[in-house]
Design a protein around this ligand. Sequence first.
Ligand code: GDP
Ligand code: IMO
Ligand code: MG
Length: 430
Amino acid sequence: MKVDVLLGLQWGDEGKGKIVDVLTPRYDVIARFQGGPNAGHTIEWDGHKVVLHTIPSGVLNPKAINLIGSGVIIDAQILKKEIEKLASFGMEVKSRLRIARKAHLILPTHRLLDATLEKSRGEAKIGSTLKGIGPTYTDKIARQGIRMGDVIQPDFIKRYEHAKNAHIRTISAMGESTASFLLDGISFDEYEKQWLDALKFLSDIEQVDSEYFIHQQLSAGKRVLAEGAQGTLLDVDFGSYPFVTSSNTVTAGVCTGLGIAPSLVGNVFGIVKAYCTRVGSGPFPTELFNETGDTLRRNGNEFGSTTGRPRRCGWLDLAALKYSVMINGVTHIFLTKPDVLSGFDQIAVATSYQRDGASLTELPYDHENLTPVLEWRKGWSEDLTKLLDVDQFPIEFTDYIKFIEDFTCVPVSIVSVGPDREQTIFRDFE
Ligand code: GDP
Ligand code: IMO
Ligand code: MG
């Protein structure tokens, strides 16, 4: 058995959560491999809606085991709230959850550091979700992080205080203090108390070595799906650096985030929104600053699942998509939100860029100052949200899909036509 991978091919929020939920009945284990609660993965079913930040999106299926892998970073307080939220829907989660003991902890002071660093960047800010992502991964790479498995060690509090005090010294050197920022609307001291309580709340969840766990599952013939967070263009190495997140969001991240060899990667499912969105700062070649962009935002309800910020909107960027397909070895594209494009007379897609008089078919070093070369296509007026089969697609939409397939040389195998799990059309996918 191999590990199938599902990840975003744009700047996040492509609809990964919805599709993982749809595919979960085909898998035994769903494993997050990177990122933290900067992610917001939305699942809608029967008029209910839940946004998951840390827990894999397989959790709504009572049969699946959900693993928070060692490449993920965990905010105990946010994870506790997620478990409680799911309990309010009558779902018992803890027994179906596994946490990698090598996963690093986001400390309350990591969040303060994130806020302090963002403030100091001024106009050049990254637009971070302020969940402590950058500082936590920084400590991990600097070999001074604290991991989930450390919580039960006798010297945990000593180590926590040591790390906290080091963070506070940095924060003070930058002219701020623990009193400078509220965390979720409360003071640092109050938040810290809740965070320590949350660690206790999580203590009865089974911890595993995710590398052994995944291999045992595969040997037992279990089917495993790795769920990515963020998107390829936010990858710390291959995204629009420095306007990226602090982890490897690409397929390679599955190997380091779960502990498997590249030869154990199976299918790679790339989630693609039928247009583009980006939340936070950074280059976005096809961004629309006009009424069309506003219409996409309104019709697509493009407001951040984690922060509520309006998402920047623009046309589909096929040149960037080709890059993402290449880096990830995508075997299947799953297309989401084409229903949001209904009603446009004309729809554009970018196929290359212009910069300083030169024509570019590849994303350059900095992704900056690119003028997209747009190809205009006839739109469709039909509402797609009630469609049940590919035969019902308007011809213009079928052509749009074909254009994406021809450009990327990857089949579009699933089409999502609405947020509900039922609004999913399988196209040439067993
Ligand atoms: P993720 O981070 O990739 O899981 O995506 P988000 O949950 O942040 O954002 C995707 C949003 O689009 C959510 O509100 C979903 O409920 C919604 N969504 C997913 N697929 C579709 C679709 O095909 N059509 C529409 N209209 N909404 C969708
Ligand atoms: P999901 O998994 C969209 C963006 C932030 C910011 C940059 C760095 O829901 O697709 P960070 O908090 O990581 O330091 O922020 O990355 N970002 C996301 N944008 N979807 C996400 O996750 C994101 N996670 C981080 O807006 O621009
Ligand atoms: Mg999201």
